[in-house]
Design a protein around this ligand. Sequence first.
Ligand code: ADP
Ligand code: ZN
Length: 622
Amino acid sequence: MPDGDLLAPSSLEPAGGTRSAADPKAVLQRVFGYSEFRPGQWPVIEAALAGEPVLAIMPTGGGKSLCYQLPALVRDDLSVVVSPLIALMRDQVANLTAAGVPAGTINSGNSPEENRRVFAALHNGELRVLYISPERLLTDDMLGRLRNLKPGRIAIDEAHCVSQWGHDFRPDYLRLSTLAEHLPDVPRMALTATADAATQRDIVDKLFSGQKAKVFISGFDRPNIRLSIQPKASVKSQVRAFVQRHKGAAGIVYCRSRKRVDDAAKALQADGIPALAYHAGMPSHERDAIQDRFIGEDGLVMCATIAFGMGVDKPDIRFVCHHDLPGSIESYYQEIGRAGRDGDPAEALLLFGTDDIKLRRDLIESSGKSPEQKRIEHMRLNQLLSLVETGDCRRQGLLAYFGESRHEPCGNCDRCLNPVAREDGTIAAQKFLSAMVRTGQRFGAEHLIAILRGEMTERIGKLRHDRLPTYGVGKEHSKAEWRSIARQLMAADVVRSDLEGHGGLIPGEHARAVLKGERKVELVRDPKVATTSKLRREAAASTDEPVLSDANQVIYERLRKLRAQMASKRGVPPYVIFSNRTLREMATAMPRTADEMGALYGVGARKCKEFGPAFLTALHEA
Ligand code: ADP
Ligand code: ZN
């Protein structure tokens, strides 16, 4: 079918003439309790219903799962879903089961009993969604079964794992390219949150073997995540203030080393915050237990290295704090993307210091990679530093990095909310460049700053750099200010690191024009970090969730307690019962009947029947 010539919802034909097709929007409301599709969902679902090959790229939290779940409900058939992680599969099955959708998973962690149950449901035609690992799907046994069962579609989740370009290549995923031979009549869908152009081509190539797949890109923006980036001053109080501002909410604090993870967790605990620690040095059973606690309980703060997060599908993470500078914009974006999947407001704070930058550079240098690879890694780091130093909207910078440059200033980042003072930095830039040129373009920022500030270091003495005309001409700026200036000059490509030589600074593309006075340099004055008392005041004003009146807040807390009890009785995470937003709506709308309850966000027919009465009683008592 040519592009654009898609079936309208009203023209849906029953597949094969035997199975019935329901109205997708009615199913969305009845089963999931949602009244609208999220942006980007409907076109993907429409193409899937038409049996077309689909590649869907949607940001985390965009609602990818629904794109393969809903078609099976509309068509009353089966979606087979390939997923890389057992934890993810279990989570999804728990969610679907709570919504009354027959779902199961076949994976190596299943008991024989569980397998029997799933296979029985599968062969009786009861199952609507089957989650399976790639290696299990590709066994002769499973392929044989599916040839007979004729599923409506196979969805390949986390599809970027097929690509060697991606950051998460899995050989088992690559073998999925044989699906076209094995099950030629089953339409395939591929879904992912992270795929640049090269990865996209690769996915289409591998999974659709030359077939013309429809590609839907929903964009990278996560408008509900507020972005802030601050230089480190007193890291401990910065982290504490940030976490306290989100008191009672679940969040992640990413630290660069195991020791920092432990220290951060202890510091937060000392403040009475329920913090956990997670890093690769812990035995795996302990790690799993901690991860399960974080997902299953309400309001825990996870201090972790980047070993944590892959496959954590918790929708109500309210904040992500980077205690240290991440490795690249990609990893920053992926890590903050774990916040706010439910679409409610969330916040990401990145803290950075000069030691971070130096450490990252050293890591690249000592990585044993080829000079070409090292150059690319330095460049990536520089791109992250530009984002860190920019005086402009953070989101614009972030999205531009991913090739989306059409956005307006976002109004939801620190730069938009607290515009920074800018000043003409042309003279400072000229002084810096002149110190660099006169010393032969061999030295790093620290040495040049020492010269500009007229300091007497051993090196300056030995090299007689105190005799240079630029010696001591930059005393008007503090060391910290000069460091910020140097980073900004780097971000603006006025100076660069010499990656072929010894890593000293060399002129960037705009150096000449700046030196000759043909180009002005605008600098952001290093923003003063808020004082501890100001941070405390901020901490008092929580901005997380829409504010409820005092009375409603009391009811909301009560509903949360009830939810926690029901969840632990059933052995599922609280959000599987109802989301925070649903509880908030209950606390404000105060439904009295099952019908009123069923109209609320996220209350589908099954949940209304199963959980509704307990909540109605609690509301009545309140
Ligand atoms: P991802 O794209 O990251 O896999 P999910 O499929 O896990 O996202 O969906 C994220 C959250 O959004 C889930 O809690 C899901 O129930 C919710 N969601 C999905 N579609 C809708 C919708 N149309 N309206 C409201 N919430 C939705
Ligand atoms: Zn902004």
